[in-house]
Design a binder for this molecule. Structure first.
Ligand code: SF4
Length: 348
């Protein structure tokens, strides 16, 4: 029986116990792509959680599985060839109810209600979410009507209010404009307005500022922080930019080859990193104020193919600390200090 065929089911009382401080919990999540040339294990056993009203930064090199992990949460994986093959995605609601998103039919009303109304996603390219053929105000009001029982007039007013909330000047005029009439930064604001129009509990932002210039980038990050306070949302911020993470995140998950290899509060990641891959990432970007800021050390070698069968630690052939055991056995991802987990033999 496939995951899609299983009936939506509420999860156990044990899962509900985690719900107080945690809004989203991924347990052993695996998403594979079944191609003619082999199986791509894009997400291969991810364990991570997102705190209520907190920001989780998700970092790692391209192809490490960051985006696929959170597209799996939204059930946006194209099937075939992709499929969630194992694991749980637990959404802990405010009312104490917990739902395992992996068990919902992708075409079900229940999943449609979760997307947008409870979890919303924004992307690097706003045109992924915006329809070029409709005025932006109409796109926001249609989304509001889909999830809330409001009159057309009230939905229109909500759209204007949202454009105002994301600091778009003259929202009454802009509401009738098409995406191509707006600048890149404005389109990004509209996408955020669209995502937050139904007041979701979780906003997943996939490289939201990468395509913008530095000044607009800072404005969008400020806006996200401001709206997080106003709307009480949790944010998952997927990025390769450690500077953005240091400004925005409460916790950080470092991903490598489809797995989380380190998870800790943001201060710990920057000041007491445990995994050699995290240390490599930190050493390969300039950090303002660091004494040896001129000595950037790139991580040697390449990320292995996610189709490769790897024995031992997946980072071993790039790791300056690799030991004999690293080539033989894969380290478990476990807590080494309170709230600080890593998958590395150095700490066992
Ligand atoms: Fe390096 Fe070994 Fe730790 Fe892997 S387990 S990161 S190879 S020290």
């Amino acid at each position: 029986m496939t995951l899609e065929q299983r009936a939506p089911a509420r999860v156990s009382a044990e899962a509900n116990r985690n719900a107080e401080d945690t809004i989203l919990e991924l347990k052993g999540l695996k998403t594979y792509f079944f191609l003619e040339r082999g199986i791509v294990k894009a997400v291969d056993g991810v364990d991570v959680s997102v705190g209520r009203r907190k920001t989780l930064g998700v970092v790692g090199e391209s192809g490490c599985g960051k985006s696929v992990t959170f597209r799996s949460v939204m059930r946006l994986i194209q099937s075939p060839p992709g499929r969630i093959v194992e694991g749980e995605i637990l959404l802990h609601r405010k009312d104490g109810d917990t739902v395992d998103i992996t068990q919902l039919d992708p075409r079900s009303r229940q999943l449609r209600d979760i997307r947008g109304a409870e979890i919303a996603m924004i992307f690097q390219e706003p045109m992924t979410s915006l329809n070029p053929l409709h005025p932006v105000g109409r796109q926001i009001s249609e989304s509001v009507l889909l999830h809330q029982s409001l009159s057309r007039q009230a939905a229109q007013e909500r759209a204007e209010e949202m454009l105002n909330r994301v600091h778009i000047a003259d929202p009454g005029r802009r509401i009738g404009e098409y995406p191509h009439q707006l600048s890149g930064g404005m389109r990004q604001r509209v996408m955020i307005a669209l995502a937050l129009s139904c007041n979701p509990s979780i906003l997943i932002a996939d490289e939201p500022t990468t395509a913008l210039d530095v000044t607009v980038q800072a404005q969008i990050l400020d806006l996200m922080r401001e709206l997080q306070d106003d709307f009480d949302s949790a944010i998952v911020l997927i990025t390769h930019n450690l500077g953005v993470v240091s400004q925005m995140a409460d916790h950080v998950a470092v991903m490598y080859l489809g797995r989380v290899v380190e998870y800790a509060p943001v201060y710990e990641i920057f000041h007491n990193p445990k995994h050699p891959y995290t240390i490599g990432l930190l050493n390969s970007v300039p950090v303002l104020g660091r004494k040896d800021e001129n000595r950037l050390v790139p991580i040697t070698g390449m990320v292995p193919s996610p189709m490769e069968e790897i024995q031992g630690c997946a980072f071993a052939d790039r790791c300056p600390e690799a030991m004999e055991i690293c080539w033989e056995q894969s380290p478990d991802f476990k807590e080494h200090e309170p709230g600080h987990s890593a998958a590395c033999w150095l700490h066992d």
